[in-house]
Design a protein around this ligand. Structure first.
Ligand code: ADP
Length: 274
């Protein structure tokens, strides 16, 4: 018990130190509406370098939309979203005035943000190796040799080195998702958004994908935004868990705070229905 309270003290002071340092990603007063429907109602959120953040909450609460704004796929209606202090959705023109981000600006942001989706989104006509090397050669301009070297070591990490020459259609769902994870990480992004990456998988394939993410999380340097229905996984991997409902953050804290000491009725209800 003494050791435990020491550990939690240490964790608290660590959180405090982190909160004062520069965030890697920051949402400030972010809202998002689709037509008349406001799905994000004002979010303030900071993610630090290397931090693993899990998002949980009822379906329809805006988790995916929050991730898609960071992935440059949805533009906030109001508020700002920055990475490395640089606004994602705004840029300065020649005179130094702010204007809406153009495609070149968004492309440069995308080099820092890895994306893994529910439905893999692999290129069906390319081999596993080509899927993983494509952006290395075409976006980062690496030589073919360098790209293949990086791709192979990443595919080894996700346990798929023997599938280099296969096409996505020849892989199981779990293997496809591991290729998609390798493809995102090989770019060495500062943050990776994992958007419900196990939701489309047969139950028996979920474990291998979560195990790969856990392994990568342990290495530490890449920040992760994990949008997930897998509570045990969130609990094991996340440094911090955010519970959202109806476009707002309802509660946030350590996995212990959220799963063992839920404060709000909404979170207690959500957890009791799982
Ligand atoms: P979650 O990930 O928590 O399930 P989402 O972010 O997917 O929530 O969705 C939040 C709400 O926004 C839902 O009501 C959804 O129907 C709506 N929504 C999401 N994307 C769009 C869109 N492109 N157009 C209209 N409504 C959308």
């Amino acid at each position: 018990e003494v050791a435990e309270s020491g550990e939690s003290r240490q964790r608290n002071s660590l959180n405090l130190a982190q909160d004062e340092s520069e965030p890697l990603v920051e949402y400030r007063g972010v809202t998002k509406s689709f037509g008349d429907l406001e799905v994000i109602k004002g979010i303030d959120l900071r993610l630090h370098a290397g931090e693993k953040l899990a998002f949980i909450g009822p379906s329809g609460s805006g988790k995916t939309t929050l991730g898609r704004m960071l992935m440059t796929l949805e533009q906030p209606t109001t508020g700002t979203l920055t990475i490395d202090n640089e606004p994602i959705w705004q840029m300065k023109d020649k005179r130094g005035n702010w204007k809406a981000a153009n495609e070149a600006h968004l492309r440069s942001i995308r080099e820092k943000v890895g994306m893994v989706f529910q439905h893999f989104n692999l290129f069906p006509h390319l081999t596993v190796e080509r899927n993983v090397t494509l952006a290395l050669t075409s976006v980062l301009n690496l030589s073919k040799e360098e790209a293949i070297g990086r791709a192979e070591s990443m595919l080894e990490k996700v346990g798929l080195l023997d599938k280099l020459r296969n096409y996505p259609s020849q892989l199981s769902g779990g293997q496809k998702q591991r290729v998609a994870i390798a493809r995102a990480l090989v770019m060495r992004p500062k943050v990776v958004v994992f958007d419900e990456v196990t939701s489309a998988l047969d139950p028996e394939l979920v474990g291998e994908v979560l195990a790969v993410i856990k392994e990568i999380a342990k290495e530490g340097e890449t920040a992760m935004m994990l949008i997930t229905h897998e509570m045990d996984f969130a609990r094991e991997v996340a440094d911090r868990v955010i519970f959202g409902a109806e476009g707002l953050i309802v509660e946030e804290g350590t996995p212990e705070d959220i799963f063992e000491r839920p404060q709000s009725e909404r979170l207690r209800t959500f957890l009791s229905r799982l």
